[in-house]
Design a protein around this ligand. Sequence first.
Ligand code: ZN
Length: 310
Amino acid sequence: MENHKNGIHHITALAGNAQRNVDFYVKSLGMRLVKKSVNQDDPGTYHLFYGNAEGSPGSGFTFFPWPMARQGKPGLGEAVKVALAVPEDSINYWTEHFGKEGIDFDGPYDRFGQQAVGINDPDRLQLELVFDKKAEQLPGWDQGKVPAEYGIRGFRGTTLRLNETEPTADVLTKVFGFEETDRTEDARHYTTDAPIGGSVIIEEGEEKPSANGRGIIHHVAFRAKDDNEQKDMRQKVIEMGLNPTDVIDRHWFHSVYFKSPGGVLFEIATDGPGYDVDEDPDKLGQKLILPPWLESRREMIGKRLPEINV
Ligand code: ZN
């Protein structure tokens, strides 16, 4: 596993149809399905994890597809956008690619000094591709639908929409190792030196009608090097007057959740053990993987899940 850096570990969102989700992230965006598992709180539904070539922390974009989910509408106190990092010189490739795939895009436009294009996923989750030199430190996936040289390396970051910046910014800077590096009239940019996952933008907004459902970001997880660092971070969160959960074993990492002051659900996730703890690194995502405590129910769980083709 790569060296630890502070930054985003994974981001989890709600989706509708599972096959449509796979088609978009694997076939249209060229990401790698690194884990096909089930929602540990609702094992009759999938939990799908997309990542970079190695499925490293900073690249895990995970979805709970619920076929019956209603269309969500993002609101205040939520992560409202996910930015994916691609090589700096890949703008022509991606804009042509979106043309061929029939995906509408905005831009290119400037996003805190970098070029970006905006698209929506099939559940109207807002995405940005950010053309980022730093992301080139990581390899692209060479067996994907997008040539490795242009491929998504992981997250650039996410955008939070809040009614007040400071209290949540405090968590980012005092617990998760971010620094404010830029600001405009309507937004502030917090970054770390991680090649992927090192950007959080906070925009202040007004309360508008919102709805939970597909296309909504459920939580944003930040990296802890190991169990010890997670414990220290959890302690800092308590000292800030917030209420973290106990440590939960998610099998591929250990998790602590808490509601940030602005209302966004945050998670502290350890870098390890990693997605290759229960699968050959070359074959990630090919089989349905269950955490050990659900293994005895494999047959029943398998029957309830819809077939998906990757
Ligand atoms: Zn999570």
